[in-house]
Design a protein around this ligand. Structure first.
Ligand code: SF4
Length: 304
């Protein structure tokens, strides 16, 4: 989107360059210009501009646009000043257009989702899926059966998910809790507001924030944004999150800046996992093929 404020931004850039050429200290020039730009942003004027030399000023703009709700998304020929909400939506649509709707969660029932969320802790989905297959093959995939099964047998079934002793214990504990408190009805267990359900899940043995939120979003179908290691890594590399941000703060960032929509949260998290598994590796990310390459600050240092 281009607007009549192009000239203002062009003027700001010229001012910036002129200041530097005249020997004004960089941080001082940036500070003055950031005030001007923040005033423009606070007036809710979102503009983009085309500059041939945008790559040269990219770093400078990054440094000066630090206010809440301001950041930059850069294309090959433009710089856009957008609020976080629009940036997050733009990222989602790029991922969606690249990979299509991810159809999560791969399960036949809400209970299977909950079982999968527990079994997938610290391992890939393939490991969890193999353990679920074992439970199915042995006709053991139900709340009553898992609660009543012998520990050693359950451990054997969930072995493909690794950490099998712990996971068997967590699974059994979850199932017995639902059986004893909700007469085996997950519907009754889930029939409460998100905060109460989250607190109740977190009070159970072996259920942490990511597992609880996965159960709330994908099994209970209530809108909460799931954070995982991929989310933190990718959005840190894109310049949105601090490197060691807490789960709570990362979740707050997405929940505050995205529409509270179950389908959006569902597929957004799935798209992030897709990107993390296929491109944004911890070491040697495949930046050249990544659909977010043009938006990524981290890639600038990696891709020539
Ligand atoms: S461009 Fe590279 S670092 Fe950036 S999100 Fe993609 S894979 Fe990750």
């Amino acid at each position: 989107m281009f607007c009549s404020y192009n000239n203002i931004y062009l003027f700001i850039l010229i001012l910036y360059y002129t200041s530097l050429r005249k020997g004004v200290k960089k941080f001082l020039a940036e500070s003055i210009l950031s005030d001007i730009i923040i005033i423009i942003n606070e007036a809710k004027i979102y503009c983009c501009l085309t500059v041939r030399s945008y790559t040269v000023i990219r770093r400078g703009l990054n440094n000066i646009l630090f206010g809440k709700g301001t950041n930059i998304i850069m294309g090959k020929t433009k710089i856009e000043l957008l609020p976080y909400k629009q940036q997050l939506e733009e990222i989602y649509y790029i991922l969606y257009n690249n990979a299509g709707y991810q159809k999560w969660w791969p399960a036949d029932s809400p209970f299977e989702v909950a079982v999968g969320a527990i079994l997938a802790q610290f391992v890939s989905w393939e490991n969890a899926a193999a353990a679920i297959d074992n439970l199915k093959k042995n006709n053991a995939l139900s709340i009553e059966k898992i609660c009543g099964i012998d520990d050693s047998i359950l451990e054997e079934y969930v072995k493909p998910a690794r950490f099998y002793k712990q996971k068997a214990k967590k699974l059994k504990n979850f199932c017995c809790y639902v059986m004893n408190n909700y007469n085996c009805s997950l519907t009754d267990f889930f029939n409460k507001d998100i905060l109460s359900l989250r607190q109740e899940l977190l009070s159970l043995y072996g259920i942490g924030e990511e597992t609880a939120d996965s159960i709330i979003l994908y099994a209970a179908e209530k809108p909460i944004f799931v954070i995982d290691a991929y989310t933190k890594r990718i959005f840190h590399r894109l310049g949105f999150l601090e490197e060691n941000i807490s789960y709570k703060n990362a979740q707050q960032f997405f929940m505050e800046n995205l529409e509270s929509n179950i389908d959006l949260f569902n597929d957004y998290h799935a798209q992030i996992v897709m990107l993390g598994k296929n491109y944004c590796f911890n070491k040697k990310p495949k930046c050249k093929k990544c659909p977010l390459l043009k938006l990524c600050e981290f890639a600038d240092n990696k891709v020539s």
